[in-house]
Design a protein around this ligand. Structure first.
Ligand code: WT7
Length: 649
C-alpha cells in the first residue's frame, strides 16, 4: 500500500473531487456556503449565535476575553449546567421518550435508555457522589469498560460540577495511578472486570496494588460487569448497584460558570509525563454541539455510532457531549470488531439500523484486509453518512470505505482535530464540500487555520509546513493541569500568538489541507497518541536497560508500529526472553497499546553533538531507507554498527 504521507503520490493522483449528491444536499443541515460566509464576516458573532443554541441560566457578558493570551476565556460570566442542557431541556422539548443511549454488550446483551431514563440514572449518580462527599470542583477518575455506567458517571459529575478524568480502560493500573495522583482524584469509578474477545479482563483486582498507593482516594465505586471477584477494602470500596439502588432520582443541577473546569483528559506529549489537558464548560459545549450538528448533519431520526472508546477525546466529544447536547441517539458497543466474528460491526449496523458511522482509518484498513465477504454478509443500507478520525486516511482506504461500507452513496467526513482542540476543526460539511479522498478539506466555519513555514509565513500551495490555528476557538484547551509553563511552551511558543498543532501539512491549489501527521516525537499507533519518551521512560525503568530510543515505523494497518532500540547495562545480554520481558514491562507500565512491536539491542544510540537521540536516523534504519545527513552525529560509526545489528535480526 502506498503511504498516504507521501505528498508526491497524492499530487500525482489528483482525484476529481466528489460532489455531494443532490438528494443528500437537499435535506442537509448545510447545503450552501452561508455558514462559512456568516462566520467569515464576523467570527465572534457567529460563535455567539451558536452559543444561543444552548440554555444559559445567565447570559454571558463577553464572547471572547483575549486580554491575557494564551489564557483565553469564552462566554465570560455565562452560567449553565451541562447535564441540564443534555437532559432536562430535551425532555422539556418533548424528547423524553426518545432513546438517548443504546448499548450492546460483547455477549449480545443490550440496553436502551430514553432521555427520561438517562436523566434518572444521572441524578441518582449525582446523589451518590454527593453522599460520598464529592463537591463542585473535586476531581474523580473513571477507569471503565465501554458500558453505559461510564457515561452515567461522566454526566453525574457534570450535574454536580465535579471534574471527571476518564482514563482509557486499556491503560495499565500503573498508568492509572499516575493519572489519579496527578489529578488529585478523591474518588475512582471502575468495574470488577471487562469483557474482551470472550475473556474477562479483571479491572478492580488488577488495580488493587495501585489504589493502595493513592492515599487521596477516599472511595472506589465498582460496577459489577463480569462477576469477577476481588478483595474489597472495607470503608473504601463500594458497590455501584447498591449505592444506586438507594439513591433518589432527582437532583437539582448545580449552576456552573462557563469557565469552570469540565474535565481533564490525559494525552501523550513529547516528555515521559502525560499532559492533563483541561477543558472548561461553556465554550467546550458550544464547540462540540455546533460541530456535531453540522459535521454529522444531525437529524431527528438518526442512530449515530462512534466506535471510539470513552477514554479518548473522540469518546468525550462525539459519543457523549456532541450527540447528547443535540438530542441525538448515540450507540455504544462494548467489544471489538472481530469478535465473535469479523462481521460484528456490520451485524450491529444491520441490527440497530445505524445511520451515521464514525471510525478510525486504522480500523478501516483492518476491515479492508479481512476482506469484503464480512461486509457483504450484512445489510448496511441504513447508513447515510460516514466519518473518519484519528490519523490521516490514505486514499485507498477512503475509497474502499466509500465503496464497500457507504455503497457509493454516503459522504465521508474526514475530521481533523486533537484532544487539545476539543472539537472538530478541519472537516468537510457533507452537504456542501466536494470531497477529495485523503484530505480533510478545510476549516470548519468560525475556525481559522493555515500552514506556516519555519519563519511563520504562510506556505505556497504544494509546499510543506506546519499546521497552525490562527485564532482562539470556543472548545480550546485552557491549560495543562498543574503545568501552565508546559502549556505555553508546547503550543504558543513556536509562533507567538498562534496555536501550534504539532502536525505537518500542505495546502493544494484548491485550498484543501493535506495533513501529514506529527512533526514531534509523538507516535500515532492505531489512532492513539503515544509519546516516544513515555515508552522510553518505561523501558529504562527496567533493570536491564541503560538507554532506550523509540521510533514509529510506518505500519500498514496501525499507522505507526513502535520500534525500540535499547542499550543494556553491564552484565545483561540481549535474548529473546529479554525482548519479551521488556515488551511486557512496557505493557505493565503504560498498557498494551504501548507495547513495542520490535525491540533491538544495540551498543550505542546515535546522538547529535548536543546529545539528542537521532530518531530520524533510527527510523530510516528501521524502515531500511538510505541514510540521510549524518554529519551532525557524534559518532557516525555507531550508525554502521546499529545497522548491522538490525539487519542481522
Ligand atoms: C492527532 C491528535 C481527534 C481525535 C483523535 C486523536 C492526528 C487526528 C486526523 C485526521 C489527519 C489526524 C493528528 C493530530 N489526527 N485526526 N482526520 N487527519 N490526522 O486525538 O490523540 O489528540 O491526536 O491525531 O496528528 O494532531 P489525539
Amino acid at each position: 500500500m502506498k503511504n498516504r504521507q507521501d505528498d508526491d503520490y497524492v499530487k500525482e493522483n489528483q482525484f476529481e473531487p466528489l460532489q455531494p449528491a443532490a438528494n443528500f444536499a437537499k435535506t442537509a443541515q448545510v447545503n450552501d456556503d452561508s455558514l462559512y460566509r456568516e462566520a467569515k464576516k464576523d467570527r465572534l458573532a457567529f460563535w455567539a449565535k451558536m452559543a444561543d443554541n444552548l440554555t444559559w441560566n445567565n447570559k454571558w457578558e463577553r464572547i471572547l476575553d483575549d486580554d491575557n493570551p494564551p489564557y483565553y476565556k469564552w462566554f465570560t460570566n455565562g452560567k449553565l449546567n451541562v447535564s441540564e442542557n443534555f437532559l432536562d431541556i430535551h425532555i422539556k422539548n418533548g424528547l423524553g421518550d426518545k432513546k438517548a443511549l443504546i448499548f450492546e454488550g460483547e455477549k449480545g446483551d443490550s440496553l436502551a435508555l430514553t432521555y427520561k431514563q438517562l436523566l434518572e440514572e444521572v441524578c441518582k449518580f449525582s446523589n451518590v457522589l454527593t453522599k460520598l462527599g464529592i463537591k463542585k470542583g473535586d476531581t474523580i477518575t473513571i477507569w471503565m469498560p465501554m458500558i453505559p455506567e461510564a457515561i452515567i458517571a461522566m454526566l453525574g459529575c457534570t450535574r454536580i460540577g465535579a471534574i471527571h478524568s476518564v482514563v482509557f480502560g486499556g491503560f495499565s493500573p500503573e498508568a492509572l495511578k499516575d493519572r489519579i495522583l496527578d489529578s488529585k482524584s478523591k474518588l475512582v469509578v471502575t468495574a470488577d472486570g471487562a469483557n474482551r474477545r470472550g475473556k474477562v479482563i479483571p479491572m478492580r483486582s488488577a488495580a488493587d496494588q495501585v489504589l493502595d498507593q493513592c492515599p487521596g482516594v477516599e472511595k472506589v465505586v465498582i460496577v459489577n460487569r463480569t462477576g469477577t471477584s476481588y478483595n474489597s477494602k472495607s470503608g473504601r470500596d463500594l458497590s455501584w448497584s447498591e449505592l444506586m439502588a438507594d439513591a433518589d432520582h432527582n437532583f437539582e443541577p448545580v449552576t456552573m460558570d462557563a469557565e469552570d473546569p469540565l474535565f481533564i483528559l490525559y494525552s501523550s506529549g513529547t516528555t515521559g509525563k502525560p499532559k492533563g489537558i483541561l477543558h472548561t464548560t461553556g465554550g467546550y459545549l458550544v464547540g462540540v454541539k455546533t460541530t456535531f450538528r453540522y459535521v454529522f448533519d444531525h437529524r431527528e431520526d438518526d442512530l449515530y455510532w462512534c466506535t471510539a472508546d470513552i477514554g479518548w477525546i473522540t469518546g468525550h466529544s462525539y459519543i457523549v457531549y456532541g450527540p447528547l447536547s443535540n438530542g441525538s441517539s448515540t450507540f455504544i458497543y462494548e467489544g471489538t470488531p472481530d469478535y465473535p466474528g469479523r462481521d460484528r460491526f456490520w451485524e450491529l449496523i444491520e441490527k440497530y439500523q445505524v445511520t451515521v458511522f464514525y471510525t478510525a482509518p486504522t480500523a478501516i484498513r483492518s476491515f479492508m484486509r479481512w476482506g469484503d465477504q464480512y461486509v457483504d454478509m450484512r445489510d448496511l443500507s441504513s447508513l447515510r453518512l460516514l466519518g473518519s478520525v484519528g490519523e490521516p486516511i490514505n486514499p485507498e482506504a477512503w475509497l474502499w470505505y466509500h465503496e464497500h461500507i457507504g455503497k457509493g452513496k454516503c459522504p465521508i467526513v474526514d475530521t481533523w482535530w486533537q484532544t487539545e482542540t476539543g472539537m472538530i476543526m478541519i472537516t468537510p460539511l457533507p452537504g456542501v464540500t466536494p470531497l477529495k479522498p485523503g484530505s480533510a478539506s478545510w476549516a470548519f466555519p468560525g475556525i481559522e487555520v493555515d500552514v506556516f513555514d519555519d519563519n511563520g509565513n504562510p506556505t505556497e500551495a504544494g509546499q510543506r509546513g506546519f499546521l497552525v490555528i490562527k485564532s482562539p476557538w470556543p472548545a480550546m484547551l485552557r491549560t495543562l493541569h498543574g503545568d501552565p509553563e508546559r502549556f505555553e511552551n508546547t503550543y504558543w511558543q513556536q509562533y507567538p500568538g498562534f496555536y501550534f498543532t504539532g502536525d505537518g501539512a500542505w495546502k493544494d491549489q484548491d485550498g484543501y489541507l493535506w495533513i501529514m501527521g506529527r512533526v514531534d516525537d509523538v507516535l500515532n499507533v492505531s489512532g492513539h497518541r503515544i509519546g516516544t519518551m513515555e515508552v522510553e521512560s518505561a523501558l529504562v525503568e527496567h533493570p536491564s536497560a541503560a538507554e532506550a530510543a523509540v521510533i514509529g515505523k510506518v505500519h500498514e494497518i496501525k499507522g505507526h508500529a513502535i520500534t525500540a532500540f535499547v542499550t543494556l547495562k553491564e552484565g545483561y545480554e540481549g535474548s529473546e526472553e529479554l525482548v519479551q520481558e521488556l515488551k511486557s514491562h512496557v505493557g505493565k507500565k503504560i498498557g498494551a497499546i504501548a507495547r513495542p512491536e520490535e525491540i533491538f539491542f544495540t551498543y550505542e544510540l546515535p546522538k547529535t553533538r548536543s546529545g539528542k537521540i537521532m530518531r530520524r536516523l533510527l527510523r530510516d534504519i528501521a524502515e531500511q531507507r538510505d541514510l540521510g545527513d549524518v554529519t551532525t552525529l557524534m559518532d557516525p560509526q555507531v550508525v554502521a554498527s546499529i545497522k548491522e545489528g538490525y539487519t542481522e535480526k
